[in-house]
Design a protein around this ligand. Structure first.
Ligand SMILES: *Cc1c(COP(=O)(O)O)cnc(C)c1O
Length: 415
C-alpha cells in the first residue's frame, strides 16, 4: 500500500500547482469523526476539514440528500426560481434577523459579496474604504488578500486592491482613529481563526456597532470559520454576546465552510435595511445556491436542530477546554494557553522549546506532525498554535481519544 501513496505523491508533484504545503498523508475514506489513509491506517479527525465537516465524514443523511436531490435537479442557474434556495434563505434569515441572503460557493466569494455591498453602499458619497483587523483572514482572492491582515498572503501579488486597511484587533480606539471620510464599512471576524483563535470581547463588538452607527458605516462580520453552531450558537457573535442585554446586529455576515458540511456552498446575509442595495444585474454567481447545495445545507440544519448539536458543541467544547487546561497546568513549560468557544479551540505552545528540532518547520507544524504519528488530525494556526475544529456531533469518547494523543505529544515535548 506504500506504493499507492508514493504514486499519488508523484502525480501531485508533476501535475498539481504546488500552492499548498501538504502533510504527508493520502486520505481515502471517512466515517463519522474518522478518516483512513490509503494504507488503511485510521485517524481521528479533530480538524474537520478546517471547520467544514459539520456532521463528520460520509454522514448518511448528507449522502442520502446528495443522491436524492441529484436525481431530481442539480443545477438550473439563477435565471430561474428553485425551492431549495428559497427555503434555505428563509432558514438562514430565521437564525439571524430580518434580511436577505445571497448564495455563492466559498468564503472568499462570500466576502467578495460583502465588499461589493460596502462599495455600493458608499458609492454615491465617494466612500469605499473597508477597515479590517491585523491578523485577520478573509480569503485568497485579490480583494480577499487586501482585506486580510497578514503580510504573507499579500507578498508577491502587489499592487494590492485599494480601499482596505488593517488596525489592531479588539482595539476600539484604534478603530475610531482609523475612520476617515472615505470609510464605508468595518469587517472583522468575531473569532479570528487562521491567526490562532482570538475572540472579540463583547465590549469590542458593541463598540464597533456604535462607531458604525455614529459614522454611518456598515458593520460586516466574517463568520466563515466560527459560524454555523460551532461555538454553541448559530454565529460566534451570538455566542459572545449571549450573556448581556446588548442591542446588537451586524449589517452583513459572510458564511461558508460548515454550511454544506463538505459540499461547497457560501452565502452572505444582509440586514433588511440594506437588502435592496445589490439590485438586479449587480452581482451574480453561476453555481451560487444550486438546488443540490441548498438541499444539502438545509438537511444539515435539520440534523443540527433535531439532535441539538449546538448543545453538544458547547458540552464537548467545554469538556475539551477543561481537560486541555489541566494538561496545560501540568506542562506550563510546553503549553502556554488554551482558548476557544465550543468546538473552536486553539492550543498555544511555547515556541522556543529545544524539542522543536526541525528548524525548517514551525512549531505548529511539528506538533501537527507528531499528532499524525499518534493517529490524530489537527490544524496548525499561526506559528505555534494548533486548532481543534471537529464535527459538531463529536462524542466525549472521541474527545478523550484526542486528549490522550495531545497529552502524549506534550509529554514528549517536555523532554
Ligand atoms: C476559510 C476562511 C475564508 C475563506 O474561505 P474559502 O472558502 O477558502 O474561500 C474566509 N474567512 C475566514 C474567516 C476563513 O476562515
Amino acid at each position: 500500500m506504500q506504493n499507492a501513496a508514493s504514486e499519488i505523491h508523484e502525480l501531485f508533484e508533476q501535475f498539481v500547482v504546488p500552492s499548498y504545503a501538504r502533510f504527508d498523508l493520502v486520505l481515502e475514506r471517512g466515517e463519522g469523526s474518522y478518516v483512513w489513509d490509503v494504507g488503511g491506517r485510521r485517524y481521528l479527525d479533530l480538524g474537520g476539514g478546517i471547520a467544514v465537516c459539520t456532521l463528520g465524514h460520509a454522514n448518511p443523511e448528507i449522502t442520502g440528500t446528495l443522491a436524492e436531490q441529484s436525481q431530481k435537479l442539480i443545477h438550473v442557474s439563477n435565471l430561474y426560481y428553485t425551492e431549495p434556495q428559497a427555503r434555505l434563505a428563509k432558514r438562514i434569515v430565521d437564525l439571524i434577523a430580518p434580511g436577505r441572503v445571497f448564495f455563492c460557493n466559498s468564503g472568499a466569494e462570500a466576502n467578495e459579496g460583502l465588499f461589493k455591498l460596502a462599495r455600493k453602499f458608499g458609492h454615491d458619497e465617494g466612500r469605499y474604504e473597508i477597515i479590517t483587523a491585523v491578523d485577520s483572514f478573509h480569503g485568497r482572492t485579490l480583494a480577499g488578500i487586501a482585506a486580510t491582515g497578514q503580510e504573507k498572503v499579500k507578498k508577491g501579488f502587489e499592487p494590492i486592491v485599494p480601499g482596505f486597511k488593517q488596525i489592531p484587533f479588539n482595539d476600539l480606539e484604534a478603530m475610531r482613529a482609523a475612520i476617515t471620510k472615505s470609510t464605508a464599512a468595518i469587517l472583522i471576524e468575531a473569532i479570528q481563526g487562521e491567526s490562532g483563535i482570538t475572540i472579540a470581547t463583547p465590549e469590542y463588538l458593541v463598540g464597533l456597532r456604535k462607531l458604525c452607527d455614529e459614522h454611518n458605516l456598515l458593520l460586516l462580520l466574517d463568520e466563515v470559520q466560527a459560524g454555523h453552531f460551532r461555538t454553541g450558537k448559530f454565529h460566534s457573535w451570538q455566542r459572545i454576546l449571549e450573556d448581556g442585554d446588548f442591542d446588537f446586529l451586524p449589517d452583513g455576515i459572510s458564511m461558508a465552510k460548515a454550511l454544506g458540511g463538505g459540499f461547497p456552498i457560501g452565502a452572505f446575509w444582509v440586514r433588511e435595511k440594506f437588502g435592496g442595495l445589490l439590485s438586479a444585474g449587480t452581482h451574480a454567481s453561476t453555481f451560487g445556491g444550486t438546488p443540490l447545495a441548498c438541499a444539502v445545507a438545509e438537511r444539515i440544519l435539520d440534523v443540527i436542530e433535531r439532535e441539538d448539536l449546538m448543545a453538544n458543541a458547547r458540552r464537548i467544547g467545554d469538556f475539551l477546554v477543561d481537560r486541555l487546561r489541566r494538561i496545560q497546568g501540568k506542562y506550563p513549560r510546553v503549553m502556554s494557553d488554551v482558548r476557544g468557544l465550543g468546538l473552536m479551540i486553539g492550543i498555544e505552545f511555547e515556541p522556543k522549546l529545544s524539542t522543536f528540532t526541525n528548524e525548517e518547520k514551525s512549531p505548529a507544524i511539528q506538533i501537527v506532525n507528531r499528532l499524525h504519528e499518534k493517529g490524530v488530525l489537527t490544524v496548525p494556526a499561526a506559528t505555534s498554535v494548533i486548532r481543534l475544529l471537529p464535527p459538531l456531533n463529536s462524542s466525549e469518547s472521541e474527545a478523550v481519544e484526542g486528549l490522550h494523543a495531545i497529552k502524549n505529544v506534550v509529554d514528549e515535548l517536555n523532554g
